[in-house]
Design a protein around this ligand. Structure first.
Ligand code: SF4
Length: 313
């Protein structure tokens, strides 16, 4: 597991990591949180990585994106900003973030600043049992704001999500309906590009158009995330440390990790995912499997095919 209390990497340590990443051929990095805009050395890190040839992107709650911040970020070399918007209802958005009121208004202002600055801007929608009915309106909002991309994410019961799991967990049948409606946007995009890293979107696209071949853009096992203190994890939502950059080199960790090798090997999948005809282009969400069962190779608990097996269909 990762240690949330561990000492964060210093700027020099972070720059050392970037050197290692660049030597290993890393081409892109996403900064996320916590909240990256609270990081004092953010601009320094972005420009250092950009100079090293790594394309930099940032996932943020958007609240602190002012005209000056977006201009500075662009100058530092930032290539894209992705803001989470979880509804069009201001009180629901405040409830989701748990902070002071006015979250949605500030987010929208931040998104406008990013678009205005000419930075590639996307909206991420984390779908939960509490907000899924608002998806069509959030999509319309994104189209009106003139962002470049819209991305559907699923709720994964990790971190604070684990505490609120009973209120937020998506029932598989309901999530299938959400994905069905979302696939229409992917297949017939209007104004903006629609995407999703959720393997179940790939699975549904394959079922809707069986003769087409879709491969999940979720590259679990091949990509890697790093925590504030240098723990490397397979995905930000799969908090299983495969090594720490303060103790081992990045390349050694990637080369020697059994967990990363297992995650790339779809023949190891278990349960319904292990026998599914779509396992090589879907493979299920490994983070959901891990956080629900403790086994990163278990079947995907949000999948309707898994639910049907449990019902004996
Ligand atoms: S059973 Fe697993 S591999 Fe098959 S569609 Fe569901 S999540 Fe994807």
């Amino acid at each position: 597991m990762c240690d949330a209390q561990a000492e964060p990497l210093t700027t020099e340590e972070a720059q050392g990591c970037i050197d290692e990443f660049a030597d290993c051929g890393v081409q892109g990095m996403f900064l996320s949180g916590g909240e990256p805009l609270l990081k004092k050395d953010l601009l320094e890190i972005i420009s250092y990585a950009t100079d090293a040839g790594i394309a930099m992107f940032m996932c943020t709650n958007g609240i602190l994106l002012s005209e000056k911040r977006t201009r500075d970020l662009k100058q530092a070399g930032l290539k894209g900003i992705y803001v989470g918007v979880e509804g069009i209802n201001p009180s629901a958005q405040d409830r989701f973030y748990g902070g002071p009121g006015g979250t949605l208004k500030k987010k929208l202002e931040g998104i406008r600043e990013s678009v205005q600055a000419g930075i590639h801007t996307g909206i991420d929608f984390c779908c939960t049992a509490d907000n899924y009915t608002q998806l069509p309106e959030v999509i319309s909002l994104a189209q009106n704001l003139g962002v470049n991309t819209f991305s559907l994410r699923r709720f994964v019961p990790v971190g604070r999500g684990e505490t609120n799991r009973d209120d937020l967990w998506m029932d598989p049948e309901c999530y299938q309906e959400v994905i069905d409606s979302y696939c229409v946007h992917i297949l017939h995009p209007e104004k903006i590009e629609f995407m999703s890293l959720d393997p179940l979107v790939t699975a549904r696209l394959s079922e809707i158009k069986p003769l087409s071949f879709y491969e999940s853009p979720c590259n679990i096992g091949a990509w890697i995330a790093m925590t504030h203190s240098g723990d490397l994890v397979p995905c930000p939502y799969l908090p299983l440390s495969v090594g720490n950059i303060r103790e081992e080199s990045f390349s050694d960790i990637c080369k020697n990790s059994t967990v990363l090798a297992d995650l790339k090997n779809k023949t190891l999948l278990k349960g319904r995912c292990g026998t599914c005809e779509l396992r090589y282009n879907c493979g299920g969400c490994r983070a959901s499997a891990y956080n629900v069962t403790g086994d990163y190779l278990a079947e995907d608990p949000n999948c309707w095919k898994v639910a049907h097996v449990e019902e004996g269909q």
